[in-house]
Design a protein around this ligand. Structure first.
Ligand SMILES: [Zn+2]
Length: 226
């Protein structure tokens, strides 16, 4: 007879998340299952929207159970259950995505929260909440007669902010998007549309991970060399 894995969703009032500054802990049925950096937790949550992530184990009266995060929910499983079993069980569950739980919420400027959420939703295959177009963010809504000092700073700066870098590294999973190179010593941040041609350094959509050889080939083309 085929093995029937036990996988159940944990009800909201059976788990609790507590955070103290940078450290957080997850309690399931009153027992601590995971603790660590809030940032790592947010990365887990993010990855677990796509692929079940095993967080730890919990001891119950009838044995030891695995605890997983998947699609914004927590799951318990028997010891033998695999990520695939959790995925089979949870794939049809409505994802629970909370914008304030995302790692970038506190790092980024409130004016781009809408863009970040939209990008997350696009990457995770969730329904869009707001209509956001990337290009509308870099263009001023109406031509202003006076230019404020702030708008000059945004364009005239090649610097890629830390929050963009973190987002790009997570999204591209630490690999060159052109050839899949993962050697950290060769990886660089690449402007999809060259900065010299008006490509933004502040928009994660325009920044990707590329290895040095690929970036060299690409920038030669940008300058019209072969
Ligand atoms: Zn490459």
């Amino acid at each position: 007879m085929a093995f029937q894995p036990y996988v159940r969703r944990i009800q909201l009032n059976d788990w609790a998340w507590q955070a103290n500054e940078d450290l957080g802990s997850l309690t399931v049925y009153g027992r601590q299952v995971w603790w660590g950096l809030v940032f790592s937790w947010q990365c887990y949550l993010r990855d677990s929207m796509v692929q079940p992530q095993k967080l730890g184990q919990v001891v119950m009266q009838n044995g030891l159970f695995g605890v997983w995060s998947y699609r914004g929910h927590l799951w318990v499983s028997c010891q033998r259950a695999t990520a695939q079993d959790v995925q089979n069980k949870g794939a049809k569950t409505k994802p629970r995505y909370e914008v304030k739980q995302q790692w970038w919420w506190e790092f980024s400027d409130p004016s781009i929260h809408g863009m970040m959420e939209s990008m997350d939703r696009w990457m995770l295959g969730l329904k869009q909440q707001h209509e956001v177009t990337w290009s509308s963010l870099s263009k001023p809504k109406k031509a202003k007669t006076k230019q404020s000092a702030g708008t000059i700073g945004v364009r005239d700066n090649r610097h890629i902010p830390q929050w963009v870098k973190i987002h790009v590294v997570l999204r591209d999973k630490g690999r060159c998007v052109y050839c899949d190179e993962s050697n950290i010593k060769l990886l660089e941040f690449d402007h999809r549309k060259a900065w010299s041609k008006g490509g933004s350094s502040k928009d994660p959509v325009n920044i990707c991970l590329g290895c040095r050889p690929c970036n060299r080939k690409k920038s030669n083309k940008d300058w019209g060399w072969q």
